[in-house]
Write a protein that binds this ligand. Structure first.
Ligand SMILES: [Zn+2]
Length: 170
């Protein structure tokens, strides 16, 4: 079976990242036993990754280099913002445990868009948060192997994501 639109693809890989200063450094690995699954052609992974995998079969070994502009984009200083502490209250209660440096917090703006922000510091001005993706500004190198390909079921195609192990559970 070849990779094409509406196939569920499982990958194992090691990801190396380079911010242009220290050279390529190991970032994370996804083992064969617990692959990363995604729905091909649904915009779930970088277009350059899909282009490199299209038409390939299980067992294909890849090295895919994605420069930061085609990856998570450049680091954007304007995505560092200060948010009033009162915004973090829930049911009128302060959430002390939440406001810790390094915590990554899912948030929503007025239009309902979801963002993840990392807390950089908390001071009298409020909560300083960074909404850049953790790998913004990094070139990416994926070294890995295709470990699974199957047909997506109609519900997965409708939802635009993978169900079952390694996918959405609902
Ligand atoms: Zn679903």
């Amino acid at each position: 079976m070849k990779i094409e639109k509406n196939k569920v693809v499982g990958l194992s890989y090691e990801l190396f990242v380079d911010d242009g200063e220290a050279g390529m450094e190991f970032f994370e690995s996804v083992p064969k036993e617990e692959p990363f699954y995604f729905l091909f052609g649904a915009g779930q992974v970088f277009p350059m990754m899909e282009a490199a995998l299209e038409g390939r079969e299980v067992g294909y070994k890849f090295e895919i280099f994605i420069d930061f502009e085609n990856g998570y984009g450049d680091y954007d200083e304007t995505k560092k913002v200060i948010i009033a502490k009162s915004k973090f209250k829930e049911d009128g209660k302060k959430q002390k445990d939440l406001l810790k440096i390094g915590n990554v917090i899912p948030m929503q703006d007025d239009e309902g868009q979801h963002y993840r922000g990392e807390i950089l510091k908390v001071d009298y001005k409020g909560v300083h948060m960074d909404f850049n993706p953790p790998l913004a500004g990094f070139d990416l190198l994926f070294k890995g192997e295709i470990v699974a390909i199957r047909d997506a079921d109609p519900e997965e195609i409708e939802h635009g994501h993978v169900h079952g192990p390694g996918g959405h559970q609902h």
